[in-house]
Design a protein around this ligand. Structure first.
Ligand SMILES: Cc1cc2nc3c(=O)[nH]c(=O)nc-3n(C[C@H](O)[C@H](O)[C@H](O)COP(=O)(O)O)c2cc1C
Length: 456
């Protein structure tokens, strides 16, 4: 049976996708404490979770009510700390767990991002994935002195060139045998094995050598979550793990078919991109207990906080909507795919504001499963079979108990059905997911590779 990939979706902030759980009496989430993060990593590794995937934004959610007030009040993705800085301590507490980290390429030069991610790849011994995002918050652009974010499709054009620059720095600058550390001659690095990147493009100019020696994966494992038409074309070309949303099996299956078709059109094996679906899981020893837990959690979700996030994602100020007003499609510079899912791609139902903030299966993010470990495992296997996805990305709820429940109750049930591994594979994150440490030459990064020792 196909082995399902499991990721824990998290963020270095009090309130993530379902904000408000910091008020729950059993919530132990303490995002300012390294010991907390190390304990989360330990629980995830005990459950053989493939990676903890950190979302990140560089701005505040200020579309709702045209102000950051609602986000600040609810702790909705603000205050928010840098996720890259907690990863080394989590890596030190684990051996296999992967770490997906989001960084917005629209706000910093590729030269700097390349060094930060390579440093993480070294310190985690090749367990880093980068979630490539172009950003949807105008507040982030204003924070670094820009008027606003670029137009939706233009962001992806810039991203294509940005990736070319990164590939040159990661794959083409240092040869594998550049560092010799020859004590006898005092030679640390052979200068003839380090090559200058000379890139003069439409959006970027780089005249430099990469600052870091080749890391275990060179290019980190690439995650991407753009799901609009243009976003899918980008991820089908570059991404190794593609994170998607979708509230019905039919919608998800259609998204998956389209991604695999586009990957093939780019010359890739259609099964090469691993497609991972966001899911909300509430598990308990029995389904009756899980239903009680669900009622308990439901009372702690901050509805206005959830709406604040959705306003930021879609660019629609939901403070101007009545609770029962239908959601309409508009052309927005923000995340087009979210609005598309709720309007154009859901012709058989009309979504209202009330639906969107309800902590219920109908909320449009993805599967929402409440049940015993066995019941949850069965549903996950069902979703994977019906949609051809490769795995799930579990939304953070009350921490760490909701993750512990997945690890202790759901994982063994998936294993006993042959749907989940019983041990981690050795090696880098890319080797665990794709079977090799470095990107293959058929990938767009391939044309910048000099030495292919150790590659697939
Ligand atoms: C599961 C998932 C996670 C995402 N995480 C982030 C994130 O952490 N930071 C961010 O700026 N955008 C994030 N996004 C947004 C996408 O990267 C993308 O910018 C957005 O969906 C707009 O592109 P699109 O219109 O092509 O979908 C996420 C999207 C999904 C579906």
């Amino acid at each position: 049976m196909k082995q399902i990939i499991l990721n824990q979706f998290d963020m270095n902030t009090p309130g993530h996708i379902w904000p408000g759980f910091w008020r729950h009496p059993r919530d132990r989430m303490d995002y300012l404490d390294l010991a907390y993060w190390q304990s989360v990593a330990g629980i995830a590794e005990r459950g053989l979770i493939d990676s903890i995937f950190f979302a990140d934004v560089f701005g505040v959610y200020d579309v709702y009510g045209q102000s950051p007030e609602a986000a600040l009040r609810a702790g909705t993705q603000v205050p928010i700390n840098d996720p890259t800085l907690i990863i080394p301590s989590m890596a030190a507490a684990t051996r296999h767990l992967g770490f997906g980290v989001t960084s917005n390429l629209s706000l910093e030069p590729p030269y700097l991002l390349a060094r930060r991610l390579s440093t993480l790849d070294h310190l985690t011994k090749g367990r880093i994935a980068w979630n490539i995002v172009t950003g949807f918050l105008a507040s982030a652009a204003r924070g670094v002195g820009l008027e606003t974010i670029q137009r939706h499709d233009d962001r992806y054009e810039v991203a294509e060139e940005y990736m070319d620059v990164l590939y040159q720095l990661w794959e083409g600058s240092w040869e594998d045998d550049a560092v010799v550390k020859d004590v006898a001659t005092g030679l640390y690095t052979r200068p003839d094995r380090v090559h200058r990147v000379d890139h003069r493009g439409r959006h970027f100019r780089v005249d430099a050598i990469a600052l870091t020696e080749p890391s275990p994966q060179r290019t980190p494992t690439l995650y991407q979550a753009g799901a609009s038409t243009r976003g899918r074309a980008f991820s089908a070309r570059h991404a190794e793990t593609i994170l998607i949303s979708g509230h019905t099996k039919a919608i998800v299956a259609e998204t998956v078919r389209d991604i695999r078709r586009q990957a093939q059109a780019f010359g890739r094996d259609p099964r090469d991109p691993k497609i991972v679906l966001g899911a909300t899981i509430i598990a308990a020893p029995t389904t009756a207990e899980a239903r009680d837990l669900y009622e308990d959690y439901r009372g702690h979700v901050d509805a206005r906080g959830a709406l604040t996030i959705l306003a930021g994602w879609t660019g629609v100020d939901f403070s101007r909507y009545g609770l029962d007003e239908p959601i309409r499609h508009i052309d927005s510079p923000a995340a087009q795919s979210t609005l598309e899912l709720l309007t154009i791609r859901s012709p058989d139902r009309v979504w209202t504001v009330r639906d969107l903030v309800a902590f219920e299966p109908i909320a449009g993010h993805g599967p929402f499963i409440v049940g015993s470990g066995a019941a949850v495992a069965e549903e996950l296997i069902d979703w994977a079979a019906a949609t051809d996805i490769d795995g799930f990305n579990f939304t953070r709820l009350v921490m760490p108990e909701s993750l512990t429940a997945i690890v202790d109750l759901v994982v063994p049930e998936l294993q006993s059905r042959g749907a989940f591994k019983r041990a981690y594979a050795e090696g880098t994150l890319r080797r665990k997911l794709q079977g090799h440490d470095r990107l293959p030459s058929s990938h767009p990064a391939g044309r910048f590779q000099r030495r292919r020792a150790g590659a697939a």
